[in-house]
Design a protein around this ligand. Sequence first.
Ligand code: F6R
Length: 606
Amino acid sequence: MCGIVGYVGGYDCKDVLMEGLSKLEYRGYDSAGVALHMGRDITVVKAKGRLAVLKEKLESKNLPVCHCGIGHTRWATHGVPSDVNSHPHSTPRVSIVHNGIIENYGKLKEDLIKKGYEFVSETDTEVLVKLIDSCYTGDPLLALTRALALVRGSYGLAVLFKDFPDIVYAARRESPLIVGFGKGQNFVASDVPALLKYTREYAVLDEGDIAVLTRDKIDFYNEFGTPVEKNHLTADWDMEAAEKGGFPHFMLKEIYEQPEAIQKTVGPRVQNGLPDLRIPQLSDEALAKIGRVHLVACGTAMHAGMVGKTAIEKLARVPAVTEIASEFRYRDPILSPEDLVIIISQSGETSDTKAALELAKQRGCKVLAIVNVVGSSIARAADYVLYTYAGPEIAVASTKAYMVQLSVLYLFAMRLAMAKGKLDEAQARRLTAELLQTGEKINGILENCDQIKFLASKFMNASDLFFMGRGFDYALSLEASLKLKEISYIHSEAYAAGELKHGTISLIEQGTPVIALATQKDIYEKTISNIKETKSRGANTLLFTTQNQPVPDGVADYVVRLPEFEELFMPMLLIVPLQLFAYYVSVLRGCDVDKPRNLAKSVTVE
Ligand code: F6R
């Protein structure tokens, strides 16, 4: 979603802001802008479109060097993408950039109009800047605390006041914001990559916090204006991890980083050949008491949860349900204190997922978060955290984060099964050793991806496409279908293979592409029958199965063979060619692979 950068220091702040915003491009945006302190004036430059448009506009103005400013990439929520709706929004005294949504903006706007304010944009952010202006009597901190107390909704904010030329103000509620500490310079940003070129030392603002940044220090206050202290954190990501490193796209780079990410995530959690969650409160004794598991997430993370659910039920025989966070939060779910709620999120900032977490806590459940971003809101709000060590995931389409979510869910399922007495030590040892082998197997698949490129060229012109599978393969069908849709814009549907004939098979006609996933031996023949049903209606079929499975004649037009491996972990292998398939189709269709239209990396609004 939207990105924020703010800077005060010795460099030309135009350069720092543009550099920082370019590192946030991956979050998705449709317009961009900056506000620059020029002595006792604030100059605002903003434009619809990519950063290149803003850069050109900035250069054409020949502005002098300046040392304090704020910048923004906007992903439209209130009002279409346009120059006027883009941020910063300003009054003669104040300029702001804003991530999030002001829910009561309608009422606030009415009150401000009565006070004589006029509005030019359709945005809630213009309401916010005018609200801050209306509370300003010469003390910026007071203006912010007064104005923000009147606001309902979410905000990450960076603010300039005309009368305070070398100060950036920042504030957050329900929208992530960090500050970065430099020498003789300080930063504010919505995400770590924007800072990495300049500093790795940062602090996370908590709910309601306000930060005041000058060149030499950052002061922190709570929502009432009382000074507070912040812990300093160090980002363990480096610049290289946030660069393409020779790959044409971040998505491809991230697909290739999966074996390493698994090693980093699983390795430290294996002790003496057995899974060890390394969370004292989740000892075997505590795990044995869990009555039911709810896995709650959105999108790809929810698809990881579906694999986790199947693994938990297969191994531990504990009832598990996967829930879409945006449904869970509003459907008054039945939860009991013996239930464990597992919240899964790459960013740790997804609005619906965060709300689901809060609901689970209110209902007295313990919450385990599986999160990639250290110090994110979800990580901080959960009772326990299992971090996935995927490093920064820049491509909008999630790949390596999904992979490590799976690996952590398998570790959890195995340990739970041991605690419940459903998996003995010898079995657990064998499975753990297999899990540690997945990286090597994936490397083998990555080395032989020519067939996938060829198949991408065969299917790239499809307008509708079906994925199907059973059990784990159904969960993978959903993820494969989502990957293809989001980056190639081909319509596709994922079906439980046995369900197709209950309606959707009417859509199968001569040449309809059907991609079937069949990696589980006990249900293999069932899926083969379902493929036959589509084949006999003219489908063009592509089957993903394992090396030694017999494929009857006349079932599949194309077959992709994966190495024989422990079936439980086949999802981790199978997803790789499916990610590559989506990637190559997207490249062949000339799509913007890393920044697909309308999408944002971290969905911080409902
Ligand atoms: C798809 C994708 C999204 C995210 C979803 C949740 O490739 O990335 O579906 O999985 O928006 O995001 P997180 O995991 O950050 O909560």
